[in-house]
Design a protein around this ligand. Structure first.
Ligand code: NAD
Length: 427
């Protein structure tokens, strides 16, 4: 599998050719401002002391304080965190919010740690990076295997170290600590706003839009739920345990209940070990492997699980006409080229899933002003940011005859370089 930072550089270089960027521009966009690596000493419940590698990459802050999540994952390493930090800088620029890009990670498997141990890792992270983060400096948020609760521990520890109250140091917090209403559904809602804009442009009815969703966690479930409620037909769903397909349409709420009660959406038609095969056959439903969902016949494919799932091997078998990338980095550069060749429209991650960081920005604004916005206000402010960015990207794609991903890079890179030039940091 391609190194994540190399994938970022591949798209950067292809866009640089379109934009006519100078070598100095490319260097500026290829080099993080700071890579901070620290070792966390954490005590396990057994009393054993372990050392965990922790990273924070601050990529670019020309447009505002660094912003980006922290992931707890065994594969977190410098290349991954660096690539994700670069994408955060572009994502914030694409939706035109005044923030830069960063990302953090701790390399360990939280599935093998107790709740108390995970809290100690979070607090150790906050202590180790207490002078690197801050409401005007660098604002972390949740990412893979980190939650609102964990953000609460980091906030608490940061405030203890500095002896101040600073809710705006972190977003994605629990509501009780100043989290924003609408943050949990923001990524999916933002993606739906963009998809709606594209559907209207293509002159399609919602009932004609058959959707397959790969991943049924926070992002995949809310996307399925919102699209279903709007009248889209959900024809396939997958989580890590299995996939379920039905040309007649699936009920995401029932799939969510099945996942909650039995840990797998594939039990949607079952009570314990007894499955309602009559209903399954009426609905023309069948269980498939998770990756079969990627190549289902549909109009919109939504990768909402892992990175690198659309590859050189399966890109030729994708049967959707639109791919809405709610996951980060789900399409490898080689697969991207194949999808382009096949005229499949890919709405890139740095636009499609930018609703999450946009509502994180709203949370930071609320913390700084002491305001509390209703969920309706959050949605009303999210929608124009998403649709304006989509329309700008569409115009660039149309005028220059480039992919939507390249057009999103053109928009984001242009804004970052403009800010760097205004600071006298770039010619
Ligand atoms: P999550 O952990 O809540 O859900 C992940 C889902 O993927 C789970 O349903 C899991 O079962 C499924 N999955 C794992 N392996 C799979 C496989 N091999 N096949 C099919 N499904 C599989 O995570 P999330 O918060 O929903 O994030 C999903 C993606 O969206 C990630 O790429 C994340 O970086 C990206 N993203 C999330 C947000 C956010 O606000 N949560 C914002 C931007 C981007």
């Amino acid at each position: 599998m391609q190194d994540p930072f190399q994938s970022y550089l591949a798209t950067l270089h292809s866009t640089a050719a379109v934009l006519g960027l100078t070598t100095a521009d490319i260097d500026a966009l290829s080099t993080p401002d700071r890579i901070i690596e620290r070792t966390l000493e954490v005590e396990r419940d057994s009393g054993e002391k372990v050392s965990l590698q922790a990273y924070r990459v601050q990529f670019n802050n020309a447009r505002g304080p660094y912003k980006g999540g922290i992931r707890f994952h065994p594969n977190a390493d410098q290349s991954e965190v660096k690539a994700l930090a670069a994408l955060m800088a572009l994502k914030c620029a694409v939706v035109n919010i005044p923030l830069g890009g960063a990302k953090g990670g701790v390399a360990f498997d939280p599935k093998g740690y107790s709740k108390a141990e995970i809290e100690r890792v979070a607090r150790a992270f906050a202590r180790a990076f207490a002078n690197d983060i801050g409401p005007d400096r660098d604002i972390p948020a949740p990412d893979v295997y980190t939650t609102a609760e964990i953000m609460g521990y980091i906030l608490d520890e940061y405030e203890r170290v500095h002896g101040i109250s600073a809710p705006a140091v972190i977003t994605g917090k629990p509501l009780a600590l100043g989290g924003s209403l609408g943050r949990d559904t923001a990524t999916s809602q933002g993606g739906v706003y963009v998809l709606e804009e594209l559907r209207i442009r293509l002159g399609k009815e919602r009932s004609d839009m058959r959707v397959a969703i790969h991943g049924f966690g926070n992002v995949g479930y809310h996307a399925a739920r919102i699209l279903h409620s709007l009248g889209y037909r959900i024809v396939a769903l997958a989580d890590s345990k299995g996939g379920l397909v039905s040309e007649r349409g699936l009920d995401p709420m029932a799939a969510h209940r099945a996942k909650h009660e039995t840990h797998s959406i594939t039990n949607l038609y079952c009570e314990g070990s007894v499955c309602d095969t009559v209903k399954m056959s009426e609905d023309a439903a069948r269980v498939v492997s998770p990756n079969d969902v990627l190549t289902m016949s549909c109009d919109v494919l939504i990768p909402a699980a892992l990175d690198g799932v659309i590859t050189e091997e399966n890109a030729k078998d994708i049967r959707a006409s639109i791919v809405l990338e709610l996951a980060n980095g789900p399409t490898t550069p080689a697969a991207d080229a194949i999808l382009k060749e096949r005229n499949i429209l890919v709405i890139p991650d740095i636009l499609a899933n930018a609703g999450g960081v946009t509502v994180s920005y709203f949370e930071w604004l609320q913390n700084r002003t002491g305001e509390r916005w209703d969920e309706e206000v959050v949605h009303a402010r999210l929608r124009p940011l998403m649709t304006d960015s989509f329309n700008e990207i569409w115009s660039i794609h149309d005028e220059r005859d480039i992919t939507l991903r390249q057009a999103a890079y053109v928009l984001g890179i242009g804004r970052i370089l403009e800010a760097m030039r205004a600071r006298g940091k770039q010619q």
